[in-house]
Ligand binder design. Structure first.
Ligand SMILES: Nc1ncnc2c1ncn2[C@@H]1O[C@H](COP(=O)(O)OP(=O)(O)OP(=O)(O)O)[C@@H](O)[C@H]1O
Ligand SMILES: [Mg+2]
Length: 551
């Protein structure tokens, strides 16, 4: 028989590969929060995403759960740590803590205390692993543990300091510390001005807040027998985000028969629960079944565009793992955007769904897809379409501006301007568009172009609020398109007069077209706030002109 030879993976390269599983900041934080919920059985979980006195960013994820003894923590810090999972566990691979953390941070430290045990501390440091190329982590001694704990207090505001004092005096707890957030820090530092850098940080913080509210919504509200938690981001207590907006008066549940709503994919396992909803319409549009207010409509799209947030919301043991889109049972359609359905899986189903390590992606088995196509999508999507049509009625009258009717000429003018300006607009990944112009580049997360009619340069739209009169939408196909806000008071003055004032319409269209091209040609990451300001000021002045009855 051949001789057995142990072959260990090379530490530095393997760890690097594992960091690149494709986490982003939000999914990485969520993976660590999973542990606090299901392994720690914590009641209170607090995420800090802030900076220390030297302006270096950090993430701390803290819970008052059962904690770990030194041996347990040592095991937990190992890749592929062993464990006895129970039914309903959010954990699965023994990887999340390490891979999620090290995807965002070069250093991961965990302090943990289990009832009747001393506080334990361990850390992984990528610099060290790179240097020695061995699977070596650090065990913190007593002095290092208290130094680390004290630094959390020292780098917190008064609320945070009080929180840590209370947490550390408790019987059991865990704190996960990420330091040296390479990618985030370098994105932040790439902004030239402190103000724009700060804006970037706050934008990311808001995205994280929304993500956590979505993913852990059921735990926050304690719905569907999920164990209720209090989840904080900094000092802010997060509320649950309900993708089905069930507290809106006009949200409709479209019931399924018992059999269709509880789909038996495999006789060995419990059925998969499916619920269907049709959401209310945009309150800025006509129709009977609207959202209660503009902000609720705005919020309901979650972290995607309204169009992309239609489709299935897949939960695994009450944690939202994937949302938006129809899992190849149909395509996204602007007319179906009010349709959403929940699909509830449990860990029993994992093997049938190919859950990835990040727990954000799964594949649907063919028989479920067929069931969705034949028994779920039908009827329900038709109702969503009818609602949508009701909200569109009367609004679709085409603006008869010469500029809008001269589609071909306008597009060819735009193309030649873009060419002469050496501007490129390309999509990068699923959720961003990059504009390159002579001044530099700008990353835009505005994916509205997917909802717009191709070929049309200037388009009227309801923005849901009356703040801005127009906005430029970068688009990989059309390079840019311009949206004019039907809700802005100036809109009525210009476009409200129907046929009579064709010339005024065309002039204003030409103006917003020009301003938008200027933006495309000149905008960069470091000056984008100037364009926002310019548009805000211009929109406010136009609003004033109407209000003071000057026009
Ligand atoms: N906050 C915590 N409280 C108590 N135990 C924890 C905590 N965080 C991690 N652990 C322990 O560490 C182990 C390893 O965590 P890790 O996230 O790496 O893997 P996992 O949760 O077991 O599986 P997955 O890879 O699916 O996340 C957990 O199984 C758990 O026993
Ligand atoms: Mg985990």
């Amino acid at each position: 028989m051949a001789e057995k030879v142990v072959s260990l993976p090379a530490a530095a390269r393997t760890l690097h590969a594992l960091r690149d599983l494709g986490y982003d900041m939000n999914s990485a934080v969520a993976d660590v929060v999973d542990n606090s919920i299901s392994r720690g059985r914590a009641k209170n979980i607090r995420v800090y995403f802030g900076r220390d006195k030297q302006e270096k960013f950090h993430v701390w994820i803290c819970d008052d759960g059962v904690g770990m003894s030194s041996d347990e923590l040592k095991n937990a810090m190992q890749l592929g740590s062993s464990n006895n999972y129970v039914r309903g566990d959010l954990s699965k691979y023994g990887m999340g803590l390490k891979t999620a953390s090290l995807s965002q941070a070069s250093k991961l430290t965990v302090l943990s205390k289990r009832k009747r045990y001393h506080t334990a501390g361990y850390s992984w440091d990528m610099y060290h692993v790179n240097k020695v190329d061995r699977w070596e982590m650090f065990r913190l001694d007593k002095r290092e543990i208290s130094k680390t704990a004290l630094s959390l207090v020292a780098n917190s505001d008064a609320f945070g300091a009080a929180y840590f004092k209370k947490l550390f005096s408790g019987q059991s707890w865990t704190v996960v510390i990420w330091e040296d957030l390479k990618e985030f820090q370098s994105n932040h530092d790439s902004y030239e001005s402190g103000v724009t850098a700060n804006n970037y940080y706050y934008r990311e913080l808001e995205k994280l807040s929304l993500y956590l509210r979505m993913v852990f919504g059921r735990f926050i509200s304690g719905e569907n027998s999920a164990r209720k938690i209090n989840l904080f981001l900094g000092n802010r207590k997060l509320t649950a985000f309900d993708p089905f907006c069930r507290n809106e008066r006009h949200t409709l549940e479209i019931p399924l028969t018992k059999k269709h709503g509880n789909f038996l994919l495999d006789h060995r396992f419990e059925p998969i629960r499916i619920r269907r909803y049709v959401l209310p319409t945009n309150p800025a549009r006509p129709g009977e079944f609207k959202f209660s207010k503009a902000e609720a409509w705005e919020e309901a799209k979650g972290n995607l565009s309204w169009n992309e947030s239609q489709g299935f919301y897949v939960y695994r043991n009450n944690r939202l793992i994937n949302w938006g889109g129809w899992y190849k049972t149909k395509t996204l359609d602007e007319h179906d955007k009010l349709a959403r359905a929940s699909i509830d899986l449990s860990d029993e189903h994992d093997s049938l769904f190919k859950l990835d390590v990040k727990k954000t992606k799964i594949q649907f088995p063919e028989s479920l897809k067929n069931h969705l196509q034949d028994n779920v999508n039908k009827g329900f999507i038709a109702q969503a379409k009818t609602r949508y049509a009701g909200s569109e009625r009367g609004i679709k009258k085409k603006i008869a501006s010469v500029l809008r009717q001269n589609e071909k000429k306008v597009n060819s003018l735009a193309s030649s301007l873009v060419r002469a300006g050496h501007i490129s607009v390309v999509q990068n990944g699923e959720d961003r568009v990059i504009i390159n112009n002579k001044n530099g580049k700008r990353i835009s997360l505005d994916m509205t172009f997917r909802e717009l009619e191709a070929g049309q340069k200037v388009i009227s739209r309801s923005f849901g609020t009356d703040e801005l009169f127009w906005k430029m939408v970068p688009s990989p196909d059309s390079k840019f398109q311009v949206l004019v806000n039907e809700d802005h008071p100036f809109y009525k003055i210009v476009y409200g007069n129907g046929k009579k004032d064709k010339k005024t319409m065309a002039i204003v269209d030409a103006f917003v077209f020009t301003m938008s091209f200027v933006e495309l040609k000149c905008i960069t990451t470091s000056n984008e706030f100037l364009f926002d300001q310019m548009r805000e000021v211009a929109s406010a002045v136009l609003r004033k002109i109407v209000k003071e009855k000057i026009l």
